[in-house]
Design a protein around this ligand. Structure first.
Ligand code: GLU
Length: 383
């Protein structure tokens, strides 16, 4: 890699606004003793604190619950039964969360634990709720520490590996950079542990079948991810307009090492998270329904604002919270599309009202906006 390449790599992390860092079990937990690698975690916490000082938002997706918990339950080495993993996760997750809380609090950073299951990222309604919580935490300066909710996730409803979970989180949060800290420093043309001719790949511009073929199986029995799950994560991240980096995490200050141009593989997206999201909204084949708005709302939307219930004049069709809907001007022209924060029936109950009156009308305190501006795309400019 040339010096210019190294600098460009470093900038990707330094310039990112919202970063998801995935931390694998093998880094956090000592393989022999099953204990937390505290000194390592301290160095990571210092890296995160530096990012926060630069006003970067950080989300950690951390594995390690099962690896930590199994020792405390005296479970033998090797593959665990599903119930044993779940029991180990229940014991280990407390310890994991406690360690993050303690070490990040030294830097005056509030830590928030979020445990997700597959449904939370795959079902629209739950996806919106999880996304809302993550956004709120980040805006308040907290660092969410996320893991799969292993105690309730059974085989068929699990991610099973935190590489893909981290990519889904990056997508959901609209992150512009995902770092997978791993026990290997990046992608090789073959498994470097087995093949001395394996070549390091610094940059992936397209995840081709050849790239996929380079990924072998998982190398350790600590976590579940191997190169295959990292490539799968790359597809999700890049598809969401997010850069992804696979970097070695075993040394101390692993994020600082990337900022200093350390060796790692970057997966490069072709778009940005916002553009990708907006393309997806604009490209909805059949919007579930439509929302009619008044002239005041048309000009508010044209100037980049959110759609508030006060500007809504009616709804057409049946839609749920999280569905893509058309936005119609008073003359019926579809001029925008967006993701509705309310179902058609709730929208009908709050239309024309002030955001403050939502609770009285619905019996619950919903979102202030009918369609948030981040979830809205203008299709044409109206006079
Ligand atoms: N969620 C699992 C844990 O915390 C780890 C999954 C993985 O290895 O990627 O132990």
């Amino acid at each position: 890699m040339t010096l210019a390449d190294r600098k460009a790599n470093a900038r990707r992390l330094l310039d990112a606004k919202r970063i998801v860092v995935k931390i694998g079990s093998a880094l956090l937990v000592d393989a022999q003793m099953g204990r937390l690698n505290r000194t390592w975690l301290e160095s990571l916490a210092a890296d995160v604190a530096r990012m926060r000082k630069r006003s970067q938002e950080v989300i950690l997706v951390s594995s390690g619950a099962i690896a930590l918990g199994r020792r405390h339950l005296g479970l033998s080495r090797g593959k665990l039964k599903l119930e044993e993993s779940q029991a180990a996760a229940a014991v280990g997750q407390i310890r994991l969360a406690h360690a993050y809380k303690e070490l990040l609090e030294h830097h005056d950073i509030a830590v928030a634990q979020i445990l997700l299951t597959l449904g939370d990222t795959e079902q629209r309604r739950r996806y919106l709720n999880a996304r809302g919580t993550i956004n709120t935490l980040l805006s308040l300066g907290a660092v969410p520490v996320i893991n799969e909710n292993d105690t309730v996730a059974t085989a068929e409803i699990r991610y099973g590996d935190n590489d893909r979970l981290a990519a889904r989180v990056a997508q959901m949060a609209g992150a512009d950079c995902l770092v997978l800290l791993s026990d290997i420093d990046g992608l090789y043309t073959a498994n470097p542990a087995l093949d001395p001719d394996a070549q390091f790949i610094a940059k992936v511009l397209e995840i081709t079948p050849e790239i996929e073929a380079m990924a072998g199986g998982s190398g350790s029995d600590m976590g579940s991810g191997g190169m295959q799950t990292k490539i799968a994560a790359g597809k999700i991240a890049v598809g969401a307009g997010c850069y992804m980096c696979i970097a070695k995490g075993a040394h101390s200050h692993p994020l600082k090492a990337i900022e200093e141009g350390g060796r790692c593989t970057w997966f490069v997206p072709h778009s940005t998270p916002v553009a990708t999201r907006k393309q997806w909204i604009a490209g909805a084949l059949r919007p579930a329904g439509a929302i009619g708005v008044d002239a005041g709302a048309v000009s508010a939307l044209m100037s980049g604002k959110s759609l508030l219930p006060a500007g809504v004049t009616g709804t057409i069709g049946r839609f749920e919270r999280g569905d893509t809907v058309s936005v119609l001007a008073p003359d019926g022209t579809e001029f925008a599309r967006g993701i509705s924060a309310y179902s058609d029936s709730d929208a009908a109950r709050i239309m024309g009202r002030k955001s403050l009156d939502i609770e009285a009308a619905l019996g619950f305190r919903g979102r202030d906006e009918m369609i948030h501006r981040d979830d809205l795309v203008l299709l044409k400019t109206l006079p």
